[in-house]
Design a protein around this ligand. Structure first.
Ligand code: ADP
Ligand code: MG
Length: 373
């Protein structure tokens, strides 16, 4: 087990492209951190820098308090699982698992004992004679994890380890990985572009965009207190509805305009969140799950023109427009998640009620003005 620190790490490639900017992150021993973000945001670069597969341009990386910038990969006691698994096709599962131990010149007894232990741990004991091509996707994935774990690395890195699997298997192996990590208590950095994986796996989640860490925190913090519009729209599915609006605060209410509707939000709706004096153009964000067909305490109502409904069994996704919404952030279509089956059809107008927790206000730069930053 090991702790990790990135101190203002920047990575530029020779052609002058900077793909990671002033990246700082502290990971405690045994912690499970997930880095999530769109493709190209710099997630794999973070792992490759930590593993020593790329060199740092500026800043420091520390493992257990020691700077490792100049250490070779094999001196860092780190194991990495790649998206494509990179198994040796001509070797059996047993040989694949044993390979890192053979390279480390361990004795045959040590190797046999460790391979059996890891095979047991990952449910691979009956597959040891098979070649990779005789394995299912999920089994290959487990062999790749086993091969990373045999050497008891201090740090375990996984780069999109589930992206080659179908949805059902992904959910299952996701749960296995969470269980394995809590059992082994190994410091883990896990990279994915999938916010569901991030939210379900990470003790803390770091959201990246354009080579910068947008926010790091518990899944609850990212969902409940997004620092900016990017975080607010990325976390949650479907993402938060966001619209340009004038926002003005008064003694006990905040007025917002969305389209031609003026909505008055009682300050009490914001609970413990801060409500600074504000009087300018900004953005309002409302989560799809915050809408309801029925009124509740402190709820406000909006008139929604239904565009389409998707019925998903336990809920319906209701796509709607607001009257004359003007300068929209999301092309004028909002979405609400409504429990059960929604019968109304296109072009009918319904009153949707918005509950307290989920109205967010952002300034013109997209910064959340209702949380402390
Ligand atoms: P992610 O894993 O989030 O998809 P990466 O860390 O792989 O993103 O890549 C971040 C950016 O760095 C991308 O724009 C990618 O094209 C660029 N990049 C990665 N490796 C190199 C390289 N060897 N030379 C130049 N640019 C690179
Ligand atoms: Mg990547």
């Amino acid at each position: 087990m090991a702790s990790i620190a990135f101190n203002r790490v920047t990575k530029s490639f020779v052609e002058g492209t900077t793909v990671l900017r002033q990246f700082s992150l502290q990971v405690e021993e045994g912690e499970f951190i997930v880095l999530v973000g769109p493709s190209g945001s710099g997630k794999s670069t973070v792992l490759r820098l930590l593993a020593g597969l790329e060199s740092v341009s500026e800043g420091e990386i520390l493992i257990d308090g020691n700077v490792v910038n100049d250490l070779a990969p094999q001196q860092r006691n780190i194991a990495m699982v790649f998206q494509n698994y990179a198994l040796y096709p001509h070797m059996s599962v047993r040989e694949n698992l044993a390979f890192p131990l053979r390279m480390a010149r361990q004795s045959k007894q040590q190797i046999d004992a460790k391979v059996s232990e890891v095979a047991q741990l990952l449910g691979l004991s009956d597959l040891l004679q098979r070649r990779p091509k005789q394995l299912s996707g999920g089994q290959k994935q487990r062999v790749a994890m086993g091969r990373a774990l045999v050497r008891d690395p201090g740090v375990f890195l996984l780069d999109e380890p589930l992206s080659n699997l179908d949805a059902k298997l992904r959910a299952q192996i996701r749960a296995d990985i969470a269980q394995l990590q809590s059992r082994l208590n190994k410091t883990t950095l896990y990279v994915t572009h999938d916010q569901v994986e991030a939210m379900t796996l990470g003790h803390r989640v770091g959201l990246m965009n354009h080579g910068e860490l947008q926010q790091i925190g518990t899944p609850e913090q990212l969902y409940g207190q997004p620092q900016n519009i990017f975080v607010a729209s990325f976390i949650g599915s479907p993402g938060m509805n966001i619209m340009a609006s004038t926002i003005s605060t008064h003694t006990n209410r905040i007025d917002i305009h969305i389209g031609t509707q003026e909505l008055q939000l009682p300050i009490a709706m914001f609970g413990h969140r801060k409500t600074p004096p504000f009087n300018e153009q900004g953005y309002v964000g409302i989560r799809p799950e915050a809408f309801s067909l029925s009124k509740s305490d402190h709820s406000i109502a909006v008139n929604a023109t239904i565009k389409s409904v998707e019925y998903l069994g336990h809920e319906s996704l209701l796509y709607f427009g607001l009257p004359d919404t003007g300068r929209d952030y999301q092309d004028g279509v909002w979405v609400a998640r409504i429990k059960g089956k929604m019968l109304d059809t296109a072009d009918t107008v319904v009153e949707l009620h918005v509950t307290a927790e989920a109205v967010y206000l952002f300034n013109s730069e997209g910064v959340n003005i209702t949380i402390e930053t």
